[in-house]
Design a protein around this ligand. Sequence first.
Ligand code: KDO
Length: 335
Amino acid sequence: MLTKLKRHSLTAIVAACVALTALPALAGGHLVKLRMSTPASATDARSVALQEVFAPAVAGFASYEAHYNGSLIKQNSELEAIASGDLEMSITSAQELAQYFPEFSIFATGYVHQDAAHQVAVFNDDLMIPFKKKVEDELGVKLLSIMYLGRRHVNLRQCRDEVNVRTPDDLAGVNLRMPGTDAWQFLGKALGANPTPMAFTEIYTALSTSSVDGQDNPLPTVVDAKFYEVTCQIALTSHLVDLNYVAFSKSVWDGLSADQQVEVQAAAVAAAESGRQSQLQKETDLVSFLVEKGMEIYEPDLAAFRSHVQNLYLTTSASDPWPEGVLDKINALGN
Ligand code: KDO
């Protein structure tokens, strides 16, 4: 006769087995593991979009496991981790891809993309086909969709009475943190500043200890990372309408069924669009929030910044890797 305790245990075991068999029928009986690593926080609009839109959409056959703040793979090492099978997804950038394929620097060039819609038009245009194919064939990474990171502005710890940013000349000698790749460092120089390479997760401390004078992330990031606590001004340079790509392991992709590939692709596009709308709304709403926090926010001489930045790209070897005609195609897709 089963004792009461044993009966309870048996009931629990049976219930667990029923629950397990209720899991969607999967080839091989397992969920595809999708580890995603990003230097961004869990509350960043792109992180939230992947967690709330992408993850549920693929939950029938894949388990999405997000790792934030560079906690699993440090910033700028994600592509290598995907290529080596240690990661399945990341929120990568043209600047990171340009380390492997220099031609990607065209998408990381100051004052090229005009707005979020322009980014989407470029990413979906046939001009991207050779770029995407090269990343798949040579790195084993599939670029599924384009995410809107936002308009990057110069954000300084000094107030305007100490550093008033009207033209690039006013950034001479300013120690501006930029991400570590060459494309980012070049952009920092094009702004007129002294760029300092540094990981995203180190910025707050570096600003609070005055070991850098500033950084250049979009307003939503200034709020999400609380940079407003350790800075005083934002010169609205809009020097880069910045983007990321949802990067996906090609070998995992190849192991999916055709239906699953369609679902993953659609989920990545839907998540990117959700994050884009959220980020655009934040960019509109957060100026007043930052002013209330005491930030000095103003528009510098944009014509001076635009010409200084574009001039440095076009008069140096920075534009050499750009495939013939691509810049004209990108410009033609703008408004
Ligand atoms: C940064 O390090 O400033 C940057 O904005 C670069 C982007 O490409 C992206 O890596 C971003 O950080 C992270 O997603 C954190 O927001």
